[in-house]
Design a protein around this ligand. Structure first.
Ligand SMILES: C[S@@+](CC[C@H](N)C(=O)[O-])C[C@H]1O[C@@H](n2cnc3c(N)ncnc32)[C@H](O)[C@@H]1O
Ligand code: SF4
Length: 390
Protein backbone atom coordinates (compact mmCIF):
# COMPACT_ATOMS: atom_id res chain seq x y z
CA UNK A 1 0.00 0.00 0.00
CA UNK A 2 1.35 3.41 -0.91
CA UNK A 3 1.51 6.51 1.26
CA UNK A 4 0.59 8.84 -1.63
CA UNK A 5 -3.14 8.85 -0.93
CA UNK A 6 -4.37 10.52 2.21
CA UNK A 7 -7.90 9.81 3.33
CA UNK A 8 -9.85 10.29 0.12
CA UNK A 9 -12.33 7.75 -1.24
CA UNK A 10 -13.77 8.15 -4.77
CA UNK A 11 -17.41 8.88 -5.65
CA UNK A 12 -19.76 5.90 -5.66
CA UNK A 13 -22.20 4.41 -8.17
CA UNK A 14 -24.50 1.37 -8.07
CA UNK A 15 -24.94 -1.06 -10.99
CA UNK A 16 -27.90 -3.46 -11.05
CA UNK A 17 -28.09 -6.36 -13.49
CA UNK A 18 -31.46 -7.65 -14.69
CA UNK A 19 -30.58 -11.00 -16.26
CA UNK A 20 -33.42 -11.71 -18.71
CA UNK A 21 -34.16 -10.86 -22.35
CA UNK A 22 -37.03 -12.01 -24.51
CA UNK A 23 -34.57 -13.41 -27.09
CA UNK A 24 -30.82 -13.45 -27.60
CA UNK A 25 -29.39 -11.01 -30.15
CA UNK A 26 -26.87 -12.66 -32.47
CA UNK A 27 -23.91 -10.50 -31.35
CA UNK A 28 -24.50 -10.28 -27.60
CA UNK A 29 -22.33 -11.91 -24.94
CA UNK A 30 -23.73 -10.01 -21.95
CA UNK A 31 -25.12 -12.41 -19.38
CA UNK A 32 -28.86 -12.88 -19.90
CA UNK A 33 -31.28 -15.76 -20.23
CA UNK A 34 -33.76 -15.56 -23.11
CA UNK A 35 -37.36 -16.26 -22.15
CA UNK A 36 -40.76 -14.97 -23.13
CA UNK A 37 -42.30 -16.42 -19.97
CA UNK A 38 -43.06 -14.18 -16.99
CA UNK A 39 -39.93 -13.62 -14.90
CA UNK A 40 -39.73 -13.88 -11.07
CA UNK A 41 -39.38 -10.14 -10.67
CA UNK A 42 -40.38 -9.92 -7.00
CA UNK A 43 -37.84 -12.60 -6.16
CA UNK A 44 -35.14 -10.67 -8.06
CA UNK A 45 -35.97 -7.41 -6.24
CA UNK A 46 -35.82 -9.25 -2.88
CA UNK A 47 -32.46 -10.81 -3.76
CA UNK A 48 -30.99 -7.49 -4.99
CA UNK A 49 -32.06 -5.70 -1.82
CA UNK A 50 -30.73 -8.56 0.34
CA UNK A 51 -27.37 -8.30 -1.39
CA UNK A 52 -27.27 -4.54 -0.83
CA UNK A 53 -28.26 -4.99 2.84
CA UNK A 54 -25.41 -7.42 3.47
CA UNK A 55 -22.82 -5.36 1.57
CA UNK A 56 -23.68 -1.77 2.36
CA UNK A 57 -21.00 -1.62 5.06
CA UNK A 58 -18.46 -1.82 2.20
CA UNK A 59 -19.72 1.52 0.91
CA UNK A 60 -18.36 3.36 3.97
CA UNK A 61 -21.37 5.67 4.20
CA UNK A 62 -20.77 7.42 0.90
CA UNK A 63 -23.95 8.59 -0.89
CA UNK A 64 -24.74 7.22 -4.34
CA UNK A 65 -24.09 9.65 -7.19
CA UNK A 66 -25.67 7.35 -9.78
CA UNK A 67 -27.62 4.13 -10.21
CA UNK A 68 -27.59 2.22 -13.51
CA UNK A 69 -30.14 -0.55 -14.05
CA UNK A 70 -28.70 -2.56 -16.95
CA UNK A 71 -29.01 -5.96 -18.47
CA UNK A 72 -30.31 -7.97 -20.00
CA UNK A 73 -33.52 -6.07 -20.42
CA UNK A 74 -34.36 -4.04 -17.30
CA UNK A 75 -37.78 -3.04 -18.58
CA UNK A 76 -38.78 -6.69 -18.15
CA UNK A 77 -39.22 -5.45 -14.55
CA UNK A 78 -42.65 -3.85 -14.26
CA UNK A 79 -42.75 -0.25 -12.97
CA UNK A 80 -44.12 -1.43 -9.58
CA UNK A 81 -41.15 -3.79 -9.13
CA UNK A 82 -38.76 -1.03 -10.22
CA UNK A 83 -40.35 1.34 -7.70
CA UNK A 84 -39.98 -1.23 -4.91
CA UNK A 85 -36.33 -1.74 -5.89
CA UNK A 86 -35.49 1.98 -5.97
CA UNK A 87 -37.41 2.71 -2.76
CA UNK A 88 -35.65 -0.20 -1.09
CA UNK A 89 -32.25 1.13 -2.19
CA UNK A 90 -33.06 4.62 -0.91
CA UNK A 91 -34.04 3.06 2.42
CA UNK A 92 -30.64 1.38 2.73
CA UNK A 93 -28.17 3.90 1.25
CA UNK A 94 -28.18 7.69 1.01
CA UNK A 95 -28.62 9.12 -2.50
CA UNK A 96 -27.04 12.38 -3.62
CA UNK A 97 -29.61 15.10 -4.29
CA UNK A 98 -29.31 14.87 -8.07
CA UNK A 99 -28.57 11.14 -8.23
CA UNK A 100 -28.68 10.02 -11.89
CA UNK A 101 -30.86 6.91 -12.19
CA UNK A 102 -30.64 5.26 -15.62
CA UNK A 103 -32.63 2.31 -16.96
CA UNK A 104 -31.60 0.47 -20.12
CA UNK A 105 -34.66 -0.24 -22.23
CA UNK A 106 -35.40 -2.12 -25.41
CA UNK A 107 -37.77 -0.33 -27.80
CA UNK A 108 -41.05 -1.92 -28.82
CA UNK A 109 -44.28 -2.97 -27.18
CA UNK A 110 -46.29 -0.77 -24.88
CA UNK A 111 -43.91 0.83 -22.40
CA UNK A 112 -45.12 2.48 -19.23
CA UNK A 113 -42.63 5.32 -19.49
CA UNK A 114 -44.48 7.67 -17.15
CA UNK A 115 -44.75 4.95 -14.50
CA UNK A 116 -40.99 4.29 -14.73
CA UNK A 117 -40.39 8.01 -14.22
CA UNK A 118 -42.67 7.98 -11.20
CA UNK A 119 -40.75 4.96 -9.91
CA UNK A 120 -37.63 7.16 -9.83
CA UNK A 121 -35.90 6.54 -13.18
CA UNK A 122 -34.65 9.91 -14.52
CA UNK A 123 -32.56 8.78 -17.53
CA UNK A 124 -33.18 6.17 -20.23
CA UNK A 125 -30.74 4.30 -22.45
CA UNK A 126 -32.46 2.75 -25.48
CA UNK A 127 -30.82 -0.08 -27.40
CA UNK A 128 -31.71 1.01 -30.94
CA UNK A 129 -28.64 -0.37 -32.83
CA UNK A 130 -29.99 0.70 -36.24
CA UNK A 131 -33.06 2.26 -37.87
CA UNK A 132 -32.81 0.04 -40.93
CA UNK A 133 -35.27 -2.87 -40.58
CA UNK A 134 -33.30 -5.43 -42.67
CA UNK A 135 -30.21 -4.75 -40.53
CA UNK A 136 -32.18 -5.10 -37.30
CA UNK A 137 -33.37 -8.51 -38.50
CA UNK A 138 -29.84 -9.47 -39.57
CA UNK A 139 -28.54 -8.95 -36.01
CA UNK A 140 -31.45 -10.68 -34.29
CA UNK A 141 -33.27 -7.69 -32.81
CA UNK A 142 -36.97 -8.05 -32.13
CA UNK A 143 -37.87 -4.39 -32.63
CA UNK A 144 -38.41 -2.38 -35.82
CA UNK A 145 -37.65 1.18 -36.88
CA UNK A 146 -41.31 2.07 -36.21
CA UNK A 147 -40.99 0.71 -32.64
CA UNK A 148 -38.01 3.01 -32.03
CA UNK A 149 -39.78 6.13 -33.27
CA UNK A 150 -42.87 5.31 -31.25
CA UNK A 151 -40.96 4.44 -28.05
CA UNK A 152 -38.64 7.44 -28.22
CA UNK A 153 -41.47 9.94 -28.77
CA UNK A 154 -43.56 8.34 -26.02
CA UNK A 155 -40.64 8.46 -23.57
CA UNK A 156 -40.06 12.14 -24.36
CA UNK A 157 -43.75 12.87 -23.95
CA UNK A 158 -43.63 11.13 -20.57
CA UNK A 159 -41.05 13.71 -19.49
CA UNK A 160 -37.70 11.98 -19.97
CA UNK A 161 -35.32 14.85 -20.78
CA UNK A 162 -32.22 12.65 -20.87
CA UNK A 163 -32.39 9.70 -23.27
CA UNK A 164 -29.34 7.92 -24.62
CA UNK A 165 -29.51 5.90 -27.83
CA UNK A 166 -27.14 2.98 -28.45
CA UNK A 167 -26.23 2.50 -32.12
CA UNK A 168 -23.96 -0.08 -33.70
CA UNK A 169 -21.97 0.19 -36.92
CA UNK A 170 -20.00 -2.34 -38.95
CA UNK A 171 -23.15 -4.51 -39.17
CA UNK A 172 -23.48 -7.25 -41.81
CA UNK A 173 -23.35 -5.72 -45.34
CA UNK A 174 -23.82 -2.22 -43.84
CA UNK A 175 -22.47 0.63 -45.98
CA UNK A 176 -20.86 3.81 -44.65
CA UNK A 177 -23.88 5.75 -45.98
CA UNK A 178 -26.30 3.50 -44.06
CA UNK A 179 -24.33 3.94 -40.84
CA UNK A 180 -24.37 7.73 -41.23
CA UNK A 181 -28.06 7.75 -42.13
CA UNK A 182 -28.83 5.97 -38.83
CA UNK A 183 -26.99 8.70 -36.91
CA UNK A 184 -28.69 11.50 -38.89
CA UNK A 185 -32.12 10.08 -38.12
CA UNK A 186 -31.34 9.69 -34.45
CA UNK A 187 -30.20 13.34 -34.30
CA UNK A 188 -33.51 14.39 -35.88
CA UNK A 189 -35.36 12.31 -33.32
CA UNK A 190 -33.92 14.63 -30.66
CA UNK A 191 -31.61 12.53 -28.51
CA UNK A 192 -29.08 14.36 -26.33
CA UNK A 193 -26.68 11.42 -25.96
CA UNK A 194 -25.45 8.70 -28.29
CA UNK A 195 -23.27 5.65 -27.71
CA UNK A 196 -21.88 4.38 -31.03
CA UNK A 197 -20.24 0.96 -30.93
CA UNK A 198 -18.44 -0.90 -33.71
CA UNK A 199 -19.76 -4.47 -33.85
CA UNK A 200 -17.37 -6.91 -32.20
CA UNK A 201 -17.71 -10.61 -32.89
CA UNK A 202 -17.68 -12.39 -29.54
CA UNK A 203 -17.00 -16.10 -29.00
CA UNK A 204 -20.02 -17.98 -27.73
CA UNK A 205 -22.54 -15.82 -29.63
CA UNK A 206 -24.48 -16.77 -32.77
CA UNK A 207 -22.16 -14.45 -34.75
CA UNK A 208 -19.11 -16.03 -33.09
CA UNK A 209 -20.24 -19.47 -34.29
CA UNK A 210 -21.23 -18.22 -37.72
CA UNK A 211 -19.44 -14.92 -38.52
CA UNK A 212 -21.44 -12.60 -40.81
CA UNK A 213 -19.88 -10.61 -43.70
CA UNK A 214 -18.93 -7.28 -42.14
CA UNK A 215 -16.88 -4.31 -43.39
CA UNK A 216 -13.06 -4.36 -43.33
CA UNK A 217 -11.01 -2.19 -40.98
CA UNK A 218 -10.92 0.75 -43.42
CA UNK A 219 -14.71 0.72 -43.81
CA UNK A 220 -15.23 0.61 -40.03
CA UNK A 221 -12.71 3.45 -39.58
CA UNK A 222 -14.53 5.50 -42.25
CA UNK A 223 -17.83 4.91 -40.42
CA UNK A 224 -16.35 5.95 -37.07
CA UNK A 225 -14.80 9.09 -38.55
CA UNK A 226 -17.98 10.01 -40.44
CA UNK A 227 -20.11 9.52 -37.33
CA UNK A 228 -17.78 11.67 -35.18
CA UNK A 229 -17.72 14.48 -37.80
CA UNK A 230 -21.49 14.41 -38.23
CA UNK A 231 -22.14 14.57 -34.50
CA UNK A 232 -19.56 17.35 -34.01
CA UNK A 233 -21.37 19.43 -36.68
CA UNK A 234 -24.57 19.00 -34.67
CA UNK A 235 -23.11 20.17 -31.37
CA UNK A 236 -22.34 16.83 -29.71
CA UNK A 237 -19.09 16.57 -27.72
CA UNK A 238 -17.19 13.36 -28.41
CA UNK A 239 -16.27 12.97 -24.75
CA UNK A 240 -15.36 9.27 -24.69
CA UNK A 241 -14.32 6.80 -27.40
CA UNK A 242 -17.92 5.65 -28.02
CA UNK A 243 -19.92 8.41 -26.29
CA UNK A 244 -21.28 11.71 -27.62
CA UNK A 245 -23.34 14.22 -25.64
CA UNK A 246 -24.98 17.60 -25.92
CA UNK A 247 -23.85 20.03 -23.18
CA UNK A 248 -24.80 18.86 -19.70
CA UNK A 249 -25.99 15.41 -20.82
CA UNK A 250 -22.84 13.27 -20.40
CA UNK A 251 -23.56 10.05 -18.51
CA UNK A 252 -22.56 10.56 -14.88
CA UNK A 253 -22.56 6.83 -14.10
CA UNK A 254 -20.16 5.98 -16.92
CA UNK A 255 -17.99 9.03 -16.18
CA UNK A 256 -17.51 7.53 -12.73
CA UNK A 257 -16.18 4.30 -14.34
CA UNK A 258 -13.86 6.26 -16.64
CA UNK A 259 -12.46 8.36 -13.79
CA UNK A 260 -11.86 5.16 -11.80
CA UNK A 261 -14.58 5.83 -9.26
CA UNK A 262 -16.09 3.12 -7.07
CA UNK A 263 -19.19 1.06 -7.76
CA UNK A 264 -21.06 -1.82 -6.25
CA UNK A 265 -22.64 -4.32 -8.65
CA UNK A 266 -25.84 -6.13 -7.67
CA UNK A 267 -27.25 -9.13 -9.55
CA UNK A 268 -25.89 -12.20 -11.37
CA UNK A 269 -22.61 -11.49 -13.23
CA UNK A 270 -22.34 -7.93 -11.83
CA UNK A 271 -18.84 -6.52 -11.17
CA UNK A 272 -17.80 -4.23 -8.33
CA UNK A 273 -14.81 -2.02 -7.66
CA UNK A 274 -14.40 -0.64 -4.16
CA UNK A 275 -11.56 1.26 -2.47
CA UNK A 276 -10.59 1.02 1.17
CA UNK A 277 -8.40 3.26 3.32
CA UNK A 278 -6.28 2.01 6.16
CA UNK A 279 -5.73 3.93 9.38
CA UNK A 280 -2.81 5.85 7.82
CA UNK A 281 -4.80 6.84 4.72
CA UNK A 282 -3.20 4.22 2.44
CA UNK A 283 -5.48 3.01 -0.37
CA UNK A 284 -6.33 -0.54 -1.46
CA UNK A 285 -8.60 -1.29 -4.43
CA UNK A 286 -10.73 -4.44 -4.55
CA UNK A 287 -12.69 -6.06 -7.34
CA UNK A 288 -15.68 -8.30 -6.85
CA UNK A 289 -17.68 -10.41 -9.25
CA UNK A 290 -20.87 -12.40 -8.88
CA UNK A 291 -21.13 -15.64 -10.87
CA UNK A 292 -23.39 -15.58 -13.94
CA UNK A 293 -26.15 -17.83 -12.64
CA UNK A 294 -29.72 -16.89 -11.82
CA UNK A 295 -31.35 -19.51 -9.53
CA UNK A 296 -28.69 -19.58 -6.79
CA UNK A 297 -28.69 -15.77 -6.80
CA UNK A 298 -32.47 -15.64 -6.34
CA UNK A 299 -32.15 -18.11 -3.48
CA UNK A 300 -29.50 -16.00 -1.75
CA UNK A 301 -26.77 -18.58 -2.26
CA UNK A 302 -24.36 -16.53 -4.41
CA UNK A 303 -21.66 -14.42 -2.82
CA UNK A 304 -19.32 -12.11 -4.75
CA UNK A 305 -15.70 -13.23 -5.11
CA UNK A 306 -13.37 -10.42 -4.04
CA UNK A 307 -9.68 -9.89 -4.77
CA UNK A 308 -7.32 -6.97 -4.20
CA UNK A 309 -5.71 -5.45 -7.30
CA UNK A 310 -1.92 -5.54 -7.41
CA UNK A 311 -0.01 -2.40 -8.40
CA UNK A 312 0.55 -3.22 -12.06
CA UNK A 313 -3.10 -4.24 -12.60
CA UNK A 314 -4.22 -1.09 -10.82
CA UNK A 315 -2.06 1.10 -13.03
CA UNK A 316 -3.26 -0.50 -16.26
CA UNK A 317 -6.92 -0.55 -15.22
CA UNK A 318 -6.78 3.15 -14.36
CA UNK A 319 -5.28 3.97 -17.77
CA UNK A 320 -7.65 1.64 -19.60
CA UNK A 321 -10.53 3.69 -18.25
CA UNK A 322 -9.14 7.22 -18.03
CA UNK A 323 -7.58 7.30 -21.52
CA UNK A 324 -11.01 6.56 -23.00
CA UNK A 325 -11.94 10.13 -22.10
CA UNK A 326 -11.23 12.87 -24.65
CA UNK A 327 -9.75 15.03 -21.87
CA UNK A 328 -7.69 12.16 -20.41
CA UNK A 329 -6.72 12.53 -16.77
CA UNK A 330 -4.78 14.59 -14.27
CA UNK A 331 -1.72 13.05 -12.61
CA UNK A 332 -3.21 14.01 -9.23
CA UNK A 333 -6.31 11.94 -9.99
CA UNK A 334 -4.10 8.97 -10.86
CA UNK A 335 -2.45 9.17 -7.42
CA UNK A 336 -5.75 9.74 -5.63
CA UNK A 337 -7.59 6.81 -7.25
CA UNK A 338 -4.76 4.24 -7.33
CA UNK A 339 -2.64 5.18 -4.32
CA UNK A 340 0.40 4.86 -6.63
CA UNK A 341 2.99 7.60 -7.28
CA UNK A 342 2.62 9.33 -10.67
CA UNK A 343 6.32 8.76 -11.38
CA UNK A 344 5.35 5.15 -12.24
CA UNK A 345 3.81 6.55 -15.41
CA UNK A 346 6.87 8.45 -16.66
CA UNK A 347 8.55 5.71 -18.72
CA UNK A 348 5.39 4.61 -20.56
CA UNK A 349 4.35 8.21 -21.01
CA UNK A 350 7.60 9.22 -22.66
CA UNK A 351 7.56 6.14 -24.90
CA UNK A 352 4.01 6.93 -26.06
CA UNK A 353 4.73 10.64 -26.43
CA UNK A 354 7.57 9.83 -28.83
CA UNK A 355 5.24 7.56 -30.83
CA UNK A 356 2.66 10.37 -31.04
CA UNK A 357 0.06 8.42 -29.03
CA UNK A 358 -0.13 10.52 -25.86
CA UNK A 359 0.29 14.21 -25.09
CA UNK A 360 1.05 15.89 -21.79
CA UNK A 361 -0.01 19.43 -20.94
CA UNK A 362 1.20 20.24 -17.43
CA UNK A 363 -0.32 17.57 -15.21
CA UNK A 364 -2.94 16.51 -17.78
CA UNK A 365 -2.37 13.42 -19.94
CA UNK A 366 -4.54 12.53 -22.89
CA UNK A 367 -4.46 10.29 -25.94
CA UNK A 368 -3.93 11.83 -29.38
CA UNK A 369 -6.46 10.88 -32.09
CA UNK A 370 -4.07 8.07 -33.10
CA UNK A 371 -3.55 6.94 -29.50
CA UNK A 372 -7.33 6.87 -29.06
CA UNK A 373 -7.81 4.67 -32.12
CA UNK A 374 -5.17 2.18 -30.87
CA UNK A 375 -5.68 2.35 -27.13
CA UNK A 376 -4.61 -1.23 -26.40
CA UNK A 377 -1.32 -0.62 -28.15
CA UNK A 378 -0.85 2.59 -26.19
CA UNK A 379 -1.35 0.71 -22.94
CA UNK A 380 1.25 -1.93 -23.77
CA UNK A 381 4.01 0.59 -23.05
CA UNK A 382 2.87 0.66 -19.43
CA UNK A 383 2.91 -3.09 -18.73
CA UNK A 384 4.43 -4.76 -16.93
CA UNK A 385 7.90 -3.15 -16.87
CA UNK A 386 6.82 0.33 -15.82
CA UNK A 387 5.99 -0.78 -12.32
CA UNK A 388 8.80 -3.30 -12.05
CA UNK A 389 11.42 -0.70 -13.09
CA UNK A 390 10.14 2.16 -10.97
C1 LIG B 1 -25.87 -4.34 -22.22
S1 LIG B 1 -26.08 -4.09 -23.88
C2 LIG B 1 -27.80 -4.09 -24.13
C3 LIG B 1 -28.80 -3.47 -23.31
C4 LIG B 1 -30.21 -3.68 -23.81
N1 LIG B 1 -30.67 -4.99 -23.55
C5 LIG B 1 -30.31 -3.46 -25.29
O1 LIG B 1 -30.17 -4.39 -26.05
O2 LIG B 1 -30.48 -2.32 -25.65
C6 LIG B 1 -25.66 -2.40 -24.18
C7 LIG B 1 -25.23 -2.11 -25.60
O3 LIG B 1 -24.01 -2.74 -25.91
C8 LIG B 1 -23.88 -2.78 -27.32
N2 LIG B 1 -23.33 -4.11 -27.67
C9 LIG B 1 -23.65 -5.29 -27.13
N3 LIG B 1 -22.92 -6.29 -27.71
C10 LIG B 1 -22.14 -5.70 -28.64
C11 LIG B 1 -21.18 -6.18 -29.59
N4 LIG B 1 -20.90 -7.48 -29.68
N5 LIG B 1 -20.57 -5.28 -30.40
C12 LIG B 1 -20.83 -3.97 -30.29
N6 LIG B 1 -21.74 -3.46 -29.43
C13 LIG B 1 -22.39 -4.30 -28.62
C14 LIG B 1 -25.27 -2.57 -27.90
O4 LIG B 1 -25.31 -1.32 -28.55
C15 LIG B 1 -26.15 -2.57 -26.68
O5 LIG B 1 -27.25 -1.69 -26.81
S1 SF4 C 1 -28.28 -6.85 -26.78
FE1 SF4 C 1 -29.67 -6.40 -25.11
S2 SF4 C 1 -31.62 -7.39 -25.75
FE2 SF4 C 1 -30.03 -8.27 -27.03
S3 SF4 C 1 -29.45 -10.15 -25.93
FE3 SF4 C 1 -28.00 -8.51 -25.31
S4 SF4 C 1 -28.83 -7.68 -23.46
FE4 SF4 C 1 -30.49 -8.85 -24.46
Amino acid sequence: MNPVTRGCLPPLGLYIHVPWCSSKCFYCDFFSVATKDPIPQDQLVDALLDQLRTQRHLLTERPLGSIFVGGGTPNRLAPAAMARLLDGIAGLVALEKHCEITMEANPGGQKAWRAYREAGINRLSMGVQSLHDPLLQAIGREHSRADVLCSFNAAQAAGFASINIDLMHGLPHQTVQQALLDVEQVIVLGTGHLSCYALTIEPGTAFGRNPPPCGDDDTIAAMAEGIANLLARHGFAHYEISAFARPGLACRHNLNYWTFGDYLGLGPSAHSKLSRLDAKGGLAVWRGRLPASISPYLNGRLQPRWHQLDDSTLLVEFLLNALRLRTGFDMGLFEERTGLPAMLLEEGLEHNRQRGLLVREGQQIRATARGWSMLNDTLLAFVPDTVAHA
